[in-house]
Ligand binder design. Structure first.
Ligand SMILES: [Zn+2]
Length: 351
């Protein structure tokens, strides 16, 4: 007989047998499979959460391995999308957990659809930017699903639970969120800080899913591990703004509206431009690799993405038509390179 892998967790009285069953029937959505997303995914998979959906737009690079606990060298060699590499590793950790891996740059409309149709119980913030957090915030409050904010940069970390109907939302607390929570690759990051944020986030998820909701933190927790600073700031119902566009009296959830424009964005601290065409599709990567090789010899690919190296630039083009142009922060230059290999963005993935 196989020993019950959850025996120690069952013995923890607030969870017990009933909590373990609740975890088995739960569905967690993790947005982002970087440091925070992969850490949460690992802990929740080991805990026996029944279904985990993990969404990420990026692929594994060597600079991720220092802190992104699910990935190994082979993932970086293969340049696997993080969602795919994460699902593979999570399946090895606990084969009883259903893991849905989605390689996608979440728009508001995508996220709204995912939250509305997939029956998720809670959302974990594994992102590194406020733009996506506002999407999560809108989707969570529209569909009344809690979400657990997490941020880290350098040795600084922050965690906050947002519960629709109970707590003010991220918009309401803008003034209470310190500037330093805006993470940026330029500031660097140490792995222990990642794990501390992950740990606080995952504990909140376990409390929510096992009917220990009254134990959830009503505070905004911030810390700096290097200077040994730890604080939790009390958040009260009085901080809700009646005019809040997300949780106020007349919410509009503007972040969930579809954006039809092409999106070019310089990724902070990475000397990389991210390009998202107006319409995503499914590219024929084999054909594109052949085409690109007529222009330059340094072209490689896997089933999920292709890479082109040209002078000091490296283009990574995903199957859905998105691209990362490494080696520049010049938007015009990046767009020219994109068009050179893929044509005008309006025509990408039309079918
Ligand atoms: Zn609000």
């Amino acid at each position: 007989m196989i020993e019950d892998r959850y025996s120690r967790q069952r013995r923890f009285a607030p969870i017990g047998d009933s909590g373990q069953s609740q975890l088995q029937n739960a569905h967690v959505l993790i947005v982002g499979a970087g440091a925070l997303g992969s850490g949460n995914a690992e802990l929740l998979t080991r805990s026996g959460v029944g279904t985990i959906t993990i969404v990420d737009r990026d692929y594994v690079e060597w600079s991720n391995l220092q802190r992104q606990s699910l990935y190994c060298e082979q993932d970086a060699v293969e340049q696997l999308p993080k969602a795919v590499a994460a699902a593979r590793r999570l399946g090895q950790i606990n084969s009883a957990v259903t893991v849905n891996a989605i390689v996608m740059d979440c728009t508001g409309a995508d996220l709204a659809q995912l939250v509305e149709t997939s029956g998720v119980d809670i959302i974990v913030d594994g992102t590194d930017n406020f733009e996506t957090r506002y999407l999560i915030n809108d989707a969570a409050y529209r569909y009344r699903i809690p979400w657990i904010y997490g941020a880290c940069s350098g040795s600084y970390g922050a965690v906050r639970s947002f519960i629709p109907g109970k707590t003010p939302c991220l918009h309401c607390l803008q003034a209470a969120i310190p500037e330093r929570a805006a993470s940026c690759d330029a500031d660097g990051i140490i792995a222990p800080t990642v794990q501390m944020v992950v740990s606080l986030q995952s504990a909140e998820v376990l409390k929510w899913l096992t009917a220990n909701r009254e134990e959830m933190s009503e505070r905004y927790t911030v810390f700096d591990q290097w200077s040994n600073y730890y604080q939790s700031i009390r958040i009260t119902e009085q901080q809700r703004r009646a005019a809040c566009p997300t949780c106020g009296e007349h919410p509009i959830h503007s972040y969930l509206k579809t954006d039809e424009s092409m999106k070019l964005e310089v990724l902070c601290g990475r000397k990389t431009v991210s390009i998202r065409p107006p319409k995503l599709g499914q590219l024929d990567l084999n054909q594109l690799v052949d085409q690109a090789r007529r222009l330059t010899p340094l072209v490689t690919g896997n089933p999920y993405l292709m890479q082109i190296v040209e002078d000091d630039h490296r283009l990574v083009i995903f199957k859905d038509g998105r691209a990362l142009i490494h080696g520049t922060d010049d938007l015009a230059k990046a767009k020219n390179l994109y068009v050179r290999y893929l044509g005008e963005p309006a025509t990408i993935g039309g079918t």
